[in-house]
Write a protein that binds this ligand. Sequence first.
Ligand code: DON
Length: 587
Amino acid sequence: MRRTTHRLRTLGTLLLLLAFAASLVPNSLNSTVQTTSAASREPVRARHGVVASINEVASKVGVDIMKRGGNAVDAAIAVAVALAVTHPAAGNLGGGGFMMIRLKDGRTTAIDYREMAPAAAHRNVYLDKDGNVIKGEGGSIEGYRAAGVPGTVRGMELALKKYGSHKLTWAQLVEPARVLAANGIKVTYNLARGLRGNNDYLSKYAETKRIYLNNGNFYNEGDLFRQPDLAATFARLQRGGPNEFYEGQTARMIVDDLKAHNGLITMEDMRGYVAKEREPVRGTYRGYEIVSMPPPSSGGAVLIEMLNILEGYDFKKMDWASSDRYHLMTEAMRRAFADRAEYMGDTDFVKVPIAGLIDKNYAAQLRKSIDPNRASTSEQVKAGKPTGYESDETTHFTVVDAEGNAVANTYTLNNSFGSAAVAKGTGIIMNDEMDDFAAKPGTPNMFGLIQGERNAVAPRKRPLSAMTPTFVLRKNGSLWFTVGSPGGPTIINTVLDVITNVIDYNMNIQQAIDAPRIHHQWLTDELVYEPYGLSGDTQKSLTARGHKLNDKQRYLGDCEGIMIEEKTGFRLGAVDPRRSDGPAGGY
Ligand code: DON
């Protein structure tokens, strides 16, 4: 934390300078000139292909796949399975997520491989006999009962079949991960810190403890960490293909162990899992097209709703670090998150007024309720009335290949190390994604999010997500940049921050990611900021307007992004200094 704090302090100061320097650039130039001098290092520049992920080894796996003729989708699949080895807190086989794909010809699609609730799950499955939310083992967060049916393997299968280059096989794409698991990886500072930080959690279950503790001791930075069970699982997946995970020995191992521990998932649930292709949600911000994840993620719609609100303000006239900007950002966040709580859920099950939520006229209505000088209270701000209304762990990575195909993938086990339950003998940590449902509508979940009836638990339903893998296009329709992040509800605001940093403040992708962030999620009514992210004067000014500040002393998000340099076509890969353990990979 001290390292991060120091970095953020330096960043904070330098970004004030950056904002000042940017304010000297005439507005007419602002839209075309990329700021080149700033607090950040340069992003990784690659002529052909680039991978930006939290982990350098996994990024290199993706680069290698592209060098061997694979496209961005092939590379993304190899990175996803490699991260299950190198970044076990979030990289996974036992979880799920979303993959946005934009092909070189401009076609864009969204692959939904979010976990599905097991058939035995029902509205009150996580309530005790008195109707209270069950805490600890047996609830929606901890242990075997918290897991939804994992979607990652089916998601990768769908992406490969429809959008892979077909130059490399499934088994070839899984091979680097198998080798990493079998031969072992060198424990990075981040991995050692994550294992230590989650020691109590990882020690709850014997199988998990056996894998993630080194004979009862901690793994230290530099140690070799081998995962032979996981390697054997990869080998089975190579031999039997993705079906093996859902119908073969791996499925049986997962189901048997979960059954022995009061889990919900059956063989029928495994066989019944489906990954789905969905139409991305689209909006514009100051003329730039935003293409993002639709339900069961709330990310894309909430992001576009906030951008629509903010479009009505001239940020070019406001300092980046000013309380004016923070105030407006917060008010936009407050309103969009209130709508999220009320309206959003899995559209396979409930009606969500997406078109109304992302409508510019609706944003204009909401803007009228914002006082430029005074914070609203979240008590006053209830969900609005969009048209059509009828009644610490995830990981994001992104790839752009030499041809211009792009992938933005966010996937997760939910909590850091998911439910902390490893299915015996598989090396697979199971997710606790069931906590993303409203276990009891109106009662906060792990992230303090209040969620409504539309996100109540039901068999085969997908829990509402905040994951926001996003593409931003130039005005000529070509890909400008890709972005996404972990961080539960902070994800959407992290993506919002980065997009406005680039579009309104001319930051390059690295500067936009490095800049300190803020977060507001309607309830709890508090403006969260990163340590040293707001100057004392700004804090005073925001407090005077009525904002309730909360310095939780932690960073927000872990954003990875790629920008295409307009003049040269170079791919600029940027990883987040908050969490990543090495630069992006490129060639
Ligand atoms: O899908 C979601 O919104 C959450 N399961 C994401 C969890 C998360 O990002 C935790 N990371 N820090």
